[in-house]
Design a protein around this ligand. Structure first.
Ligand SMILES: [Zn+2]
Ligand SMILES: [Zn+2]
Length: 275
């Protein structure tokens, strides 16, 4: 089967041939890849701005970490998915360092050693290929009616993790929180997904980004009940006056000067999330 891979040594991106992987464990899941998203991380890998050594025994890395696939075969002990199900495989795998409490407790997203591996990013082949085999514990079943948007599951986890952290930090406050305002910086995919997740949780959500208010992204925001504010027409001070209490900021621009400017306007007990 074909795969799309980067060759760090020769700094090339191209097709490679791989054997179709076999189900080797009783808890293995074989997935036929349907879609793979491409994000800024892929662009960075392909521009060789940074690169990690390829997986052991290989001189290339198969790309792709935002996937959606269909389960085609499962080992005899698998219970959470079955052939025909839609599935998304997780990206990060724990480091093998026994003193890493995060990885030992299956929270490799908090790995403190940096020795984790990531499919399609760091020392483990990704999903831009025909079939992959994955252990059941790293496979998430996706409801069939989410076929059109299931490939956004992985980028959505950025927002979902942020919201889990917000909830856990705020739960330390020994009183009930009333109505809350959330400000999303940046209207890229991670920003828009974050705005959706915040709106669903009941925040009064604002998106602040460069695009003019006639941009389709602004229309997408208003269609979900999110207020879009263009930085080309409104400065941060005016934005803060308009919102009132900025209780949560979800930063999705990767542009630090804007973050530090917005920090000045945070409400007391507010939370600023750097994605
Ligand atoms: Zn990505
Ligand atoms: Zn770790």
């Amino acid at each position: 089967m074909k795969a799309i891979a980067v060759h760090p040594e020769s700094k090339q991106v191209g097709l490679v041939d791989l054997e179709i992987p076999l189900l080797l464990s009783r808890t293995g899941v074989k997935i036929r890849i349907l879609e793979v998203g491409v994000c800024g991380t892929d662009k960075e890998i392909c521009s060789f701005e940074y690169s990690f050594p390829p997986p052991a025994g290989s001189d290339f890395l198969v790309l792709g970490h935002e996937s959606l696939g269909e389960v085609v075969e499962v080992g005899p002990d698998v219970t959470s998915v079955q052939p025909g199900d839609l599935a998304v495989a997780m990206v990060r795998r724990p480091c093998q360092i026994p003193t890493c409490g995060a990885c030992v407790s299956a929270h490799q997203d908090f790995c403190s050693t940096g020795s984790y591996v990531e499919r399609g990013i760091k020392q483990m082949h990704g999903f831009m290929t025909g079939f992959v085999v994955e252990e059941e514990k790293y496979v998430c079943k996706i409801p069939a009616h989410l076929r059109d948007v299931g490939v956004l599951t992985e980028p959505l986890t950025v927002a979902e993790k942020a919201l889990m952290q917000i909830d856990s930090v705020q739960s330390r406050l020994p009183w009930r929180l009333g109505s809350r305002n959330a400000l999303v910086l940046g209207a890229g995919p991670v920003g828009i997904l974050g705005a959706m997740a915040l709106e669903v949780r009941g925040y009064h959500t604002y998106v602040y980004s460069r695009e003019p208010e006639t941009d389709p992204r602004a229309g997408l925001c208003s269609s979900m009940g999110v207020t879009y504010v263009s930085s080309s027409a409104t400065n941060v001070q005016q934005l803060a006056d308009h919102i009132g209490s900025i209780d949560v900021v979800y930063e999705a621009t990767g542009y630090p000067p804007l973050s530090f400017e917005v920090l000045l306007y945070l409400a007391p007990n507010a939370i600023f999330v750097f994605t």
